[in-house]
Write a protein that binds this ligand. Sequence first.
Ligand code: HEC
Length: 477
Amino acid sequence: MQALSRFLSMAAVAGLAVGMAACSPDKDTIVEPTGGGNSPTFANVSAALVSACGSCHIVGSGRPFIATMDSSRLVASGLLNTASPGTSAILVKARSTAHGGGIVTAFSARDSALVAAWIAALPNIDAATLTSVRTEFAPTLDGVGEALWLQAQPLTVPIGGGWAAATSIAIRAMYDDNYLYMYLRWDDRGASYVRTPWVKNADGSWSVSPAMPAFAAGMDWAAYMASRGGANFNPEAPEFMYEDKLAMIWNTYGPTTVPEFERTGCAAACHDPTKGGSPGTTYNSVRKDLAAKKYLTVPGQILDMWHWKLVRQNMNSKMDDQYVRYWVPVNDATAGNGGRASDTGSEGYRSNPAVNGRPTFKSATLGHLPPIYSWAESDTLRMTDAEVAGLPVGTVVANMITSPPTGNRADVDARGVYDRVARVWTMEIRRRLVTGDDKDVQFSDLTKTFKWGVSVFDNAQIEHSYSSVPLSLVFKK
Ligand code: HEC
């Protein structure tokens, strides 16, 4: 909650500065460094960063990079690449148009050289690399981490930018001859599974509850958050009727697939059409092409996307195998999904369909409302008109019917479990190293480094908190 208010203030500043950037003098005309001296000491680096970046990357802004980080936290952030200082996210972002703060003109070429020299002097570690270790025994895919996971070192990935309570996610990886396995842990103040249910109104009619309170078309994310309580915003509030989710994106065929992904991670695929291709969030249900969307801007580009959905697929131990593709923001039938597409096969879920404006099915064994707001296709029972008419006002009927997904869409196994005491999600993921589907990343050459990113959706449809630095996965023999 605190993190959120801080993010809001930063987002407001970001908006302002982006607007101003266009009027700022050309980068080359700035001669004097904004802070720090010439020798690459941490004190000088820190002064330069605080001065050029501190207006937005302040403590509590919800961003992983905070200008006042001490040297060890900066190293642990994963924003530095000691093997190749110039490719460090901290330097690349500051001069990239795919940066929420735009090109930071106050960060001079001399500042950049100073920081690069300091990074080059650091021990050669890469804090954003997850190492997958070979395992003799396969973990059971139940979402509960057995002791055998202790063979693998966790990577703690900072996440920010959305409304998730979690500010980081811990991930371990293992593999054997056939599969890659991952184990994830992240904080959440509550499990969310009230996904857009049917509700009986006072006049006897039925409505499907919205996932979130309405927004004005064209409203931006910061304004929406401010309108929903600002610092007191709570994604677990009863008016948010959605589900917890988690997603990963992989640069499908390696560095040449989406070159921008190698440098900026998932931000390479998140675009706000109203902001000239920069990442951002704008709500728009009327002009859907103007709403924030995930898409790629170069024809032929593709990213592999694994998308876990608590209410729709967890009971079948699956994570939706999807992908992100090229899309042009036009207000046609494609606008709802933007560049989001699915592998071939069935998704394994559908809404409880309307008949005469009311829900068709209930659960044969659990009645109208199962504990998680979905039930199996095989457990559906058609309700009669008389039965529905007799239900009291306010009756809630689940709106999701599930079945095992099929085909390439079912390539990724995943199971999440929520611990109500520790208030943490744990999840196990399993995918065949090689699937043979051209929409999928293939872990066939285990000497390669695979770039990826992860995001947490805390009872959110799109307002996910994400890892902004590209992560690497390597396989240890
Ligand atoms: C005007 C506000 C603003 C300024 C100034 C700014 N940034 Fe950012 N920065 C953002 C926003 C918003 C994001 C989140 C969106 C994104 O990932 O691009 C961000 C993201 C980043 C990221 C990705 C990791 C993270 O923390 O989310 C890095 C690295 C980064 N900025 C570095 C810098 C550096 C280095 C400077 C100073 C030279 C700087 N920024 C100045 C607004 C700003």
